[in-house]
Design a protein around this ligand. Structure first.
Ligand code: FNR
Length: 188
């Protein structure tokens, strides 16, 4: 069973990105389990706090990332980039120097927006940071989902059939991407 951590870039309660994370869990293929890795409580990254006793929230976050077989980011777009909270989480996970929790981990990006452009600029900024921290970003399929407000029902469930099919296929592709990183058994 592959355990995949889901990181949502928005902190607001009613976030469409949070609803999309719910859809990812609902539509995960057999053999993949998704769990939330929260970022809203992480103190802003400050190297002065990087001591032998760093903030407990940083330690919790780093351990959850390290324990995941892969990561899916679901991000909104803020001013053509990712929200500051998400950048902070990426920075927290990247330290202490030489002990990045991201290093070599397979990951995928879902960009989305209630607007028409689907959060593509945010997703690409995120991919740029992923390069820096050696997260292995799945290149394809790309996910930039526009007009998200119309895709969910009043309970926050993804109801649009096309979107459901796309997310299902996206997760199957990610499962195949994860398999490339699975440790190979030693030769007999
Ligand atoms: C936005 N929004 C936005 N949308 C977009 O498509 N491109 C953008 O550059 C921005 N910029 C932006 C900046 C800030 C500070 C806010 C608060 C919002 C709108 C944004 O897509 C919308 O609020 C989403 O609903 C946010 O995602 P969640 O919280 O629903 O997941």
């Amino acid at each position: 069973m592959a355990r995949v951590g889901v990181i949502v870039g928005s902190l607001r309660k009613g976030a469409y990105t949070r609803q999309m994370a719910g859809a990812l869990k609902e539509l995960a293929p057999e053999g993949m389990e998704l769990f939330d890795i929260e970022i809203g409580d992480l103190p802003l990254y400050n190297e002065d706090l990087e001591t032998d006793d760093p903030p407990a929230q940083w330690t919790r976050f780093r351990q959850q990332v390290q324990g995941a077989d892969g990561i899916v980011f679901v991000t909104p777009e803020y001013n053509r980039s990712i929200p500051g909270a998400l950048k902070n989480a990426l920075d927290v996970g990247s330290r202490p120097w030489g002990k990045s929790s991201w290093d070599g981990k397979p990951a995928a990006v879902v960009g989305q927006s209630p607007g028409a452009l689907g959060g593509m600029a945010a997703a690409h900024h995120l991919r740029q940071v992923m390069l820096a921290v050696n997260l292995a970003a799945m290149p394809h399929p790309e996910a930039y989902i526009p007009l998200v407000a119309g895709l969910f029902d009043q309970n926050g469930r993804l109801q649009d059939p096309q979107a459901r099919e796309f997310i299902g296929g996206f997760l199957r592709a990610f499962q195949a991407w994860l398999a490339r990183f699975a440790p190979t058994p030693p030769p007999r």
